[in-house]
Design a protein. Sequence first.
Length: 143
Amino acid sequence: MKRVLIIAACCIGTGAIAGHELDDRDLANGQTLYTEQCASCHGANLEGQPDWRVADEDGVLPAPPHDETGHTWHHDNQLLFEYTRLGGEEALAARGVTGFQSGMPGFGDALTDSDIWDILAYIRSTWPERVQKIQAGRNPPHD
């Protein structure tokens, strides 16, 4: 079985570290929405599900952590947004990755785009500054 580590980004600013789309977001709203929409899978403390790197019998990976121990911060903001809005399989298919089974549903019908950015900014705000800087560097320059 081909193993691919991808985030299930439900859930990422401090103005001091450029995150472009994640700057100047409503972190309180993001935290509330994370609790309501994401914590049931990704954990109240962003810890993810046990054995999140091991696919189940259907080839679906459990929900990963969104804290610094996971790989959410390894991805650029736009992928995190698309993954949350469209769901895992559709977001990856849009980038040319097919055949990946994802347990991440799309939240585009349940959350506004602004709400999704708030959630992602909240997640990012919990990371150590070093991790925030690394993740910020994964984004294209902002005009």
